[in-house]
Design a protein around this ligand. Sequence first.
Ligand code: DGL
Length: 258
Amino acid sequence: MTNDQPIGIFDSGIGGTSIWKAIHELLPNEKTIYLADSKNAPYGQKSKAEIIALSMKNTELLIEMNCKLIVVACNTATTNAIQELRAKYPIPFIGIEPAIKPAATHSKTQTIGILATKGTLNSELFNKTTEMYHDTKIIEQVGHGLVQLIENGDINSPEMTKLLHSYLTPMIDANIDYLVLGCSHYPYLIPQIKKILPGHIHIIDSGEAVARQTQNILKEKVGFTSSKNNQPIFYTNTNSKVLAEILENKYTVEQRDF
Ligand code: DGL
């Protein structure tokens, strides 16, 4: 079964490109369309109803663009809106959720840390997941301010270092051995985080798992593309500079209103 329609991917901004990179690496022939809704970032402090409305807006544009499958490359949108998206639109959705399971399963200190948005940590879906691991102490920390700094291109700023120190120090003191990055923006902070965490603490995100899941759904239900050399398409509804930079200026980024 082949299917030459594109894969649609959206996030509240540029962070979901960490997921796009994992998908593109595993499925380099697939045509992808990425929407960065940076105008409305951060989603993490919005109400569930607002997150659902924004996720539907992004979904409808990707459906209009003839996508065959949609990857919700945002933990906040997945944990707050994926059930509503699946109920409304007849297209397969793949979501991203914090990788609590592998961290809790492998932790030797039975203490793990999670850094995510307020919207993710407060969601019913996230809380249902953590209930399954009641033998593990889970230290939750909202990453206040991190998404805004990343969206502004201030990844290596002293302000970022200061915020990360304040969020991670209590986790180090509590003896975590796994740190879960529960927001698709945060993999861009890994070099900074590594400077702060002792070497024995593992950092995990969900990018590769989402890429593998995308591959499985294409194989089982949707179909892989038969064409080669598809150029990925990136749209942003704000200034395209930061998105282009996070993609190392290798791809064209178009600005459009959505
Ligand atoms: N990148 C998103 C996530 O994975 C959302 C960040 C935000 O907009 O607050 O949660």
